[in-house]
Design a protein around this ligand. Sequence first.
Ligand SMILES: *Cc1c(COP(=O)(O)O)cnc(C)c1O
Length: 498
Amino acid sequence: MKKSLRSTRSSQIQTDFWSAVQNGIAEDGGLYIPKDWQNKQLNVETLPDSYLQIAHAVLSCFTDELDPQTLTSFLHQAYDGRFEAEDVVALKPLGSDYLLELYHGPTAAFKDIALSLLPLFLNEAAARQENPAQTLILTATSGDTGKAALEGFKDRSGCELLVFYPDQRVSEIQQRQMLTSEGKNVGVCAVRGDFDDAQSAVKRCFADPQLSAELQAHHIRLSSANSINIGRLVPQIVYYFWAYRKLRRQGVLKNGQHLNFSVPTGNFGDILAGYYAKQMGLPVGKLIVASNANNILTEFFTTGRYDCQRKLVKTTSPSMDILISSNLERLLAHESAPDDGSVSLYMEQLKQNGWYQIEPSLLAKLQRQFACGDCLDDQAAETIHQVYAQTAQILDPHTAVGVHVLRQLRQKGEVQDPCVILATASCYKFSRDVHEALFGHCDLDEWSAMEQLSARTGLPIPTALQGLREKSIRHTDKIEKDAIVDYVRQKVQVMKHD
Ligand SMILES: *Cc1c(COP(=O)(O)O)cnc(C)c1O
């Protein structure tokens, strides 16, 4: 099998796409990245128009030795009848810019796009093993990954899924979506702490020698549905090409003209997919890293210092309440000389000291490609209000961060060409905050706010969120973050008896 990927920390550690999907993380603790881009070039001028056809062209560049018919079949299984948009996603004008609506899938957030495909990739990866094992997928979520994974993996044979979310740190609707999840092979557990606590707890499971021995004895493999898994990132490249292609066809863009993208960012996965699209030949202008009050990335792209010695702030955009943006490591690896040891050093410094500072030459390279800015909760609310007044479109608080930061940069003259803002969630996932932004102080509970919002604006509630309030709660586990390994070990005991 062709080894098309390497670890961010060493080019000696190489693997093929399927093993990377199965293992999640590289054996040296690094993340898998494409070795090069030479055989991954696509000409957007000659691409077909439909989402599935573009997806086929993009994914073929990564899915080593998968026959084209199988890939087509995966795409139909993942997307047919599961997305309520014209063509999986939708593009709407917003003044002279555009909103790319990525939230019309089964859980009303953009994570559905990748997590609809990932289970099929994992199945394929398992089938390629000589000794197919059961897979246990561990996932930390800041709110949206959890439910998208629960929907993607439910009742799939050969795998079990455990989702860990930070207690009281996700929106009520996100929590209800997860806790009412059906499926014999899925579990959900609250972790006392914030997202970074949940994410590092999950990472500890991957590194625990005793757990690892028990898993091996029971012939169970661990994998991850987080965006550290390359199988999560690759499907997200598709909509960058799709949006560009659509604007070309509409005559908005000239041949080769640059298109900017503003991306509400947390774990740096979605925006990295935009960087990958650019490496594959898409004429991308600036990639705008839009942060909420947890603006560690704004500081990083401004000063080159990544410093997470601060408190995580709880915001109205909880899916971006993250201090350790895992996928930034991938960007650093792509932009540094291979094997100069810098990426390992930075990651070691982050672990030991809580911060690192990149070289000025590396920072300059990043600043040529990325712009950045942040947006506080009241600015996001103001943006939701303004955009509704001007265009009758309703932004969710994450998307509002992307719109606000773009406007900030336009005022400063830092962005010229047209821009696509990635709309990452339905406003109904955050009904109370959106209701309050539009109509002032809101005494309603989340569920009444949802109904009111729909009644007052005429925007239908997505099918994914209808009837949620009445569904029964099926998952009630809650643990301390240090208890996670024991918790997973208990689950493994149950799995082996099934
Ligand atoms: C996950 C998420 C983000 C952040 O995406 P990353 O890939 O983690 O940067 C933004 N908005 C919403 C609604 C999300 O669910």
